[in-house]
Design a protein. Structure first.
Length: 501
C-alpha cells in the first residue's frame, strides 16, 4: 500500500507540473489555430496531447537531479512563459528571424513591448514556479526507480520519432520552436559564397529591374496561362505582359529554392563549389540593390537581404505560421518610396504570396470564390474550399502586381518587372496538398514578365526574344544568367544558353 501511495504522489506531481507547463507555454501554439468542426478540434487536441507527452518526457529527466531541476526549471519556465505570452496575445511566429529581431532590436523598442498584462503573466508564472518547487521538494520517490521512468523514455523518444515522420510537427511549436530557432540563429549558413575581387562593371545605365519573388504560386492557376477561372482580372487586360507557363524547379520549398534563384547554382547543384551571389555581383557593378520583404528571413537566404544596400522587412514579428500576418500590400508604399526610375536599380520584393494558411493572405474584398476553408487542418476542408481559398490568393496577387505596374508605368523609365514564384503548390493531386513535396504542380512556378513602353522602345530586340522563348521549358537557372546578361555585366561568367532576354 505504501508503495502505491508513493507513486501516486509522484504521478500527481507530474500531472500538475505538465498541466502548468501546458497552460503557461505549450497551449499557446494551438490557441490561434482556426478549427471549425468537432473533428478538427479532436485532431488538434490529440496533437496537443502528443506534444505535451513528449515535453513530459524531457521534464521528467530534468527532475532526476535536484540541483539541475531547481535551477533550470525556473529559468526555462519563466523564459518560455514570457515568449508564450506574445504567442497568446499577438500570435507572433517563433523563427530564426524573430530571435534576430529580439536580439538586434534597439533596447527602447524592446522596452515598448513591456506592458502591464505582460508583467502580470510573468508574475503568475513566477508564482507557479514557487508552488511547483515547493511540491517538488516534498517528493520522496527516486525518479530513476519509478515505473514512470519508462513512460518518460517513451515520451522523449516520441519527439524524434514524430519529427522524423514529419518535420516540424513538434519543432514548429512551443517550447521546441524557441530552441530550434535559436540554434538556427547561432548556426552557420551552409551556403558558401565566392568573393568578388575582379573589376566588375555594368555597361547599361538607367535600367530598372523589379524582381517580385512570389510564394507557392503554381503556373496553371493563372488565368493568363489559360486557367478557366478569372484569377487575373487586372493583368489579363494589360499589354506588355508575357507569361512563361513552363517554368521549372525541383526545389519545392523556400529555404532551398531562393538560394538557387539568387546565385549561379544550377538546379542540380550540390553546392560543393562556392557560388556567386547575384546581389553581391550587382553591388560590385554599382547597381543599387533593394530588398523589401514580407517574409521573416530564413538562415538559408538572409545573406541576400544583408547584402542588399537598402533593406526593409515589414511585420517582422509575424512569420508565415501566424494568423495575424500583415497582407503583402504593406510592401507597396515602401517600394514606391525607393523606386528610382533613372538609374540602374534592382529591387527584390519578397511576398508572403499564397503560402498556407491561405485565408491569412488576402483581405475580405478578394474573397471572390466561395465557400472558403475554415479549418487549419487540411483534411477538414473540402477540395473545393481549398482551391477557392487558393484562387483568392491569386486574385490578390493579380491586384498586387497590377498596383506595382500602375505605379511604374506612369514614369518614363526603362523597367522590367519579373514575377517569379519560388515553387508551385499541390492542390489535391494524388491526394497531396501544399508544397515541399515533388509533383508536377509544385515544380511549375508562375513566371511573368512585364516591360515598360520606354523599355520596349529602347530594347525592342529583347522583347522579341522574350516572346519567342515564352513557351520554352524555363529552368529557374535562367534567373542569374539572364540578369547578368541583361545589365551587360563584365567580369562574371554566365551561361548564355540559359538567358531568356
Ligand atoms: Zn516558398
Amino acid at each position: 500500500m505504501e508503495v502505491i501511495k508513493k507513486y501516486k504522489q509522484q504521478l500527481l506531481f507530474h500531472l500538475i507540473l505538465n498541466l502548468t507547463v501546458a497552460v503557461f507555454v505549450t497551449y499557446a501554439s494551438y490557441y490561434h489555430i482556426p478549427v471549425f468542426s468537432l473533428k478538427d478540434f479532436g485532431f488538434y487536441f490529440g496533437h496537443f496531447l502528443a506534444l505535451q507527452f513528449s515535453v513530459f518526457g524531457f521534464l521528467y529527466f530534468l527532475t532526476i537531479n535536484k540541483y539541475i531541476f531547481r535551477i533550470c526549471f525556473p529559468v526555462l519556465f519563466v523564459l518560455f512563459s514570457g515568449i508564450a505570452f506574445w504567442v497568446y496575445t499577438q500570435d507572433i511566429g517563433i523563427s530564426q528571424g524573430i530571435i534576430q529581431v529580439s536580439l538586434e532590436t534597439r533596447m527602447d523598442i524592446a522596452l515598448d513591448l513591456i506592458s502591464l498584462p505582460f508583467i502580470c503573466y510573468l508574475f503568475a508564472s513566477v508564482v507557479a514556479v514557487y508552488f511547483i518547487l515547493t511540491y517538488y521538494n516534498r517528493q520522496k520517490t527516486d525518479p530513476l526507480k519509478s515505473p514512470l521512468l519508462l513512460l518518460a523514455i517513451i515520451g522523449a523518444a516520441s519527439f524524434s520519432f514524430v519529427e522524423s515522420y514529419r518535420y516540424g510537427t513538434f519543432n514548429r511549436r512551443l517550447p521546441y520552436n524557441v530552441l530550434v530557432s535559436a540554434r538556427e540563429y547561432f548556426g552557420q549558413n551552409n551556403l558558401a559564397l565566392k568573393s568578388i575581387d575582379k573589376n566588375v562593371k555594368a555597361e547599361t545605365d538607367s535600367l530598372n529591374v523589379i524582381f517580385i519573388l512570389g510564394e507557392s504560386v503554381r503556373a496553371d492557376h493563372l488565368q493568363l496561362n489559360g486557367y478557366p477561372r478569372n484569377t487575373n482580372p487586372l493583368l489579363s487586360k494589360r499589354k506588355n505582359i508575357l507569361s512563361f507557363p513552363n517554368a521549372y524547379t525541383p526545389l519545392t520549398y523556400t529555404a532551398i529554392s531562393v538560394p538557387q534563384i539568387l546565385t549561379n547554382a544550377s538546379l542540380s547543384d550540390d553546392y560543393s563549389k562556392a557560388k556567386y551571389s547575384l546581389i553581391d555581383v550587382l553591388n560590385h557593378a554599382h547597381i543599387a540593390t533593394n530588398w523589401i520583404g514580407n517574409q521573416t528571413p530564413e538562415k538559408s537566404y538572409e545573406i541576400f537581404i544583408d547584402q542588399s544596400q537598402y533593406k526593409k522587412i515589414v511585420d517582422p514579428l509575424h512569420s508565415e505560421l501566424s494568423f495575424q500576418k500583415d497582407y503583402d500590400e504593406k510592401l507597396l508604399p515602401i517600394f514606391k518610396e525607393c523606386f528610382r526610375p533613372y538609374q540602374n536599380q534592382f529591387t527584390t520584393i519578397h511576398m508572403m504570396g499564397s503560402h498556407w494558411w491561405y485565408e491569412t493572405r488576402y483581405p475580405e474584398s478578394f474573397r471572390k470564390f466561395r465557400p472558403v476553408i475554415r479549418s487549419k487542418h487540411v483534411a477538414s476542408n473540402t477540395a473545393e474550399e481549398m482551391i477557392n481559398s487558393y484562387d483568392n490568393t491569386i486574385v490578390y496577387l493579380d491586384y498586387f502586381i497590377n498596383e506595382v505596374i500602375a505605379f511604374v508605368e506612369k514614369q518614363n523609365s526603362n523597367t522590367v518587372l519579373i514575377y517569379l514564384a519560388d515553387h508551385g503548390e499541390i492542390l489535391g493531386e494524388d491526394n497531396q496538398w501544399l508544397h515541399a513535396q515533388n509533383s508536377k504542380a509544385s515544380e511549375n512556378p508562375a513566371l511573368l514578365i512585364w516591360y515598360s513602353d520606354g523599355f520596349e522602345k529602347k530594347y525592342g530586340g529583347i522583347v522579341a526574344n522574350l516572346k519567342s522563348r515564352q513557351n520554352n521549358k524555363t529552368d529557374l537557372d535562367f534567373f542569374f544568367n539572364s540578369i547578368i546578361y541583361f545589365y551587360k555585366i563584365q567580369g562574371i561568367p554566365y551561361d548564355r544558353k540559359k538567358v531568356i532576354f
